[in-house]
Design a protein around this ligand. Sequence first.
Ligand code: ATP
Ligand code: MG
Length: 378
Amino acid sequence: MDKLEIVSEKLGIPLDVLKKQLGRGIRQMVYRGLEYLVFRREIHGVREGTTVLLGGEPFIIHGYPSIRRLAILEAVPQHMIDRIIVEEKMDGYNVRVVFYEGEVYAVTRGGYICPYTVARIRKLYGDQVRLMAKEYPDTVLAGEVVGTENPYVVYNYPEAGGFDYFIFDTLRGGKLQPLKVRDEIVEKCGFRRVRILGELDKNDVGGLRSIIDRLDKERREGIVIKDPDHRVPPLKYTTVYINIHDIEEGMKHPFDEGRGYLFSRIVRLIAQGYEYGWSNDQLDIIAKRLGKAILKPAIESLKQRSNGGLIAASYTLVFPDYRSFEDYLEYMESQGIDAITRIIEEKPNGELVVELLKVKDTHDVYGKILKTGLSPLD
Ligand code: ATP
Ligand code: MG
């Protein structure tokens, strides 16, 4: 049987639909000789971000499901069944990891094999993933890569150092497995897991609030509330701290993150102000923090642009070897990412420290504003 026929059967997508989508909704990619397919959107019930590895025997890595956002904590009982597990929501990027035909692969949320992530995960958890595949075949690990050494989300976690991987779920055949299966895999194979902050009754809204209060003080992102057996979909909720912090980061490049980015976070704060019953004094403090988060970084980057600076996001990457650096350059080109790289250091052990600058659209928009004096918006 032709490989596409196998994929069509495994996914329940008619062969003609699958073929028609190639090069459109489904992108064909290759990583070190391994061909794979990426679902850029949902097709026939197959989730966006699904990857199909096309080695000898095609293997499907289903997309990680989107998590609904809670605006009001008091609504938790409406959505959950009885007991809930409250996990830390870590601020990094979603990575699914599998062992396939003798190698470890790491796939981003969008379904792409990221050569940088693969190189770091292989080095850090290669043996553990191998063991996992032997004991728990066909399992897909889902977790967050966090830390300061990655090209996507830079957030300092003292427990992570530059780069680490924290498992938050395991999937089999596209289904999220009960959390005790995940915990057993983490423990037996030697992975790290996101922190469990509480096991509560769903009606314990006070318990949830005190967890959020603590996280807010500790400058952590938030929580994901899960049914222990994933009988109902999980919910996410983020702290006031991170909602404002995100705005501050995003507003360094206001013409990249867009209005949706800003407004969605303001809506989160509106619900929090309502639910927490902010006093006038509290409102004064939070409103000032919010206002500054919107304006200060945006004004500063405009100033920087007028002084001839480049408006770009800067990242530090550590490649285990030169080959993985080349793989990553090629990958960025295939993704059409406008970036500048500079090797900062070549270590005796072969490691390469690289500075990566992703040039932002704001660079050009700001350039035009400064040149013409005209506003791009009415
Ligand atoms: P989406 O809701 O579609 O995932 P998003 O990319 O904007 O959208 P977030 O708002 O960051 O995602 O929230 C969901 C993501 O949170 C997950 O995809 C996962 O990467 C991350 N995450 C961090 N910690 C956890 C956790 N404990 N359980 C589940 N997901 C977690
Ligand atoms: Mg996230």
